[in-house]
Design a protein around this ligand. Structure first.
Ligand code: PGA
Length: 258
């Protein structure tokens, strides 16, 4: 982390877990635990039907609610889809875009790029995900692959909007597997992402961009991961479903030495 130049963000990704009633229960418990004082930014990205319950409980707290996906079109005949202005109206601040689980369902880099534009135009903070497979890592093409995903995802995003984008590096082999990247592995890729941003948007913007690590980050390993200079927070799946665990990760992001 580097709090001097950029925001630290701890974001939960609930995926397809919890009902609206369970959301209310979680949020009520979590709200009661939130410490007072200065803390990092906190986001909880929840299933679409849980957004109203989450927003209601977290009103007037520093926890921003987010969605896990959006459609790039403003409105129209897209059965089952949700537009960015609907998310804003429902009280969302964030939206996860291009998660590897959605890419596995057919989402392309062009889709990701269109969704990033739609999110930014609506005033949402896109959390744009990238990550390599185990095969790509073993082939030694991780940095090239990630650079391609970042460049494709950010195509046409103007300089004045880049600081609104959060990037999440999530190695696919580490997601939900309990197999975390080592702090060194995660740092190496997050640093290379910052280099890509520097080439595209200059050093001031690169320095100000928040880059998260995700993939089996939990209450046990968060401290070490967050101690890396280019890891500005986490995108947390499993461990964000338990208020105590999620809070411990937030506390790790507040470590005094950084
Ligand atoms: P995990 O998920 O923490 O359960 O590995 C992370 C993610 O997919 O965002």
């Amino acid at each position: 982390m580097n709090r001097k130049y950029r925001k630290t963000l701890i974001a939960g990704n609930w995926k397809m877990n919890k009902t609206p009633s369970e959301t209310k229960e979680f949020m009520t418990a979590f709200k009661g635990m939130l410490p007072k004082g200065r803390w990092c930014d906190i986001a909880l990205c929840v299933p679409a039907v849980c957004i109203p319950a989450a927003v209601r409980v977290m009103r007037e707290t520093r926890v921003g609610i987010g969605a896990e996906n959006c459609n790039a079109n403003p409105s129209g005949a897209y059965t089952g889809e949700i537009a960015t202005n609907m998310l804003v109206d429902a009280g969302c601040k964030y939206v996860i875009i291009g998660h590897s689980e959605r890419r596995a369902m057919g989402e392309t880099d062009a889709d990701v790029n269109a969704k990033v534009h739609a999110a930014l135009n609506a005033g949402l903070i896109p959390i744009m995900c990238c990550g390599e497979s185990l095969e790509q890592r073993e082939l030694g093409v991780t940095n090239e692959w990630i650079a391609m995903q970042i460049k494709a995802g950010l195509t046409g995003v103007p300089e004045e909007k880049i600081r609104k984008v959060v990037i999440a590096y999530e190695p696919i082999w580490a997601i939900g597997t309990g197999k975390t990247a080592t702090p060194e592995q995660a740092e190496e890729v997050c640093e290379s992402i910052r280099t890509v941003i520097r080439k595209l948007y200059g050093s001031k913007n690169a320095r100000a961009t928040t880059i998260l690590y995700g993939g089996s980050m939990n209450d046990k390993n968060a401290y070490e991961l967050l101690a890396q200079p280019d890891i500005d927070g986490g995108l947390i799946g499993g461990a964000s479903l338990v208020p105590e665990k999620f809070l411990t990760i937030i506390e790790a992001a507040n470590q005094p030495t950084l």
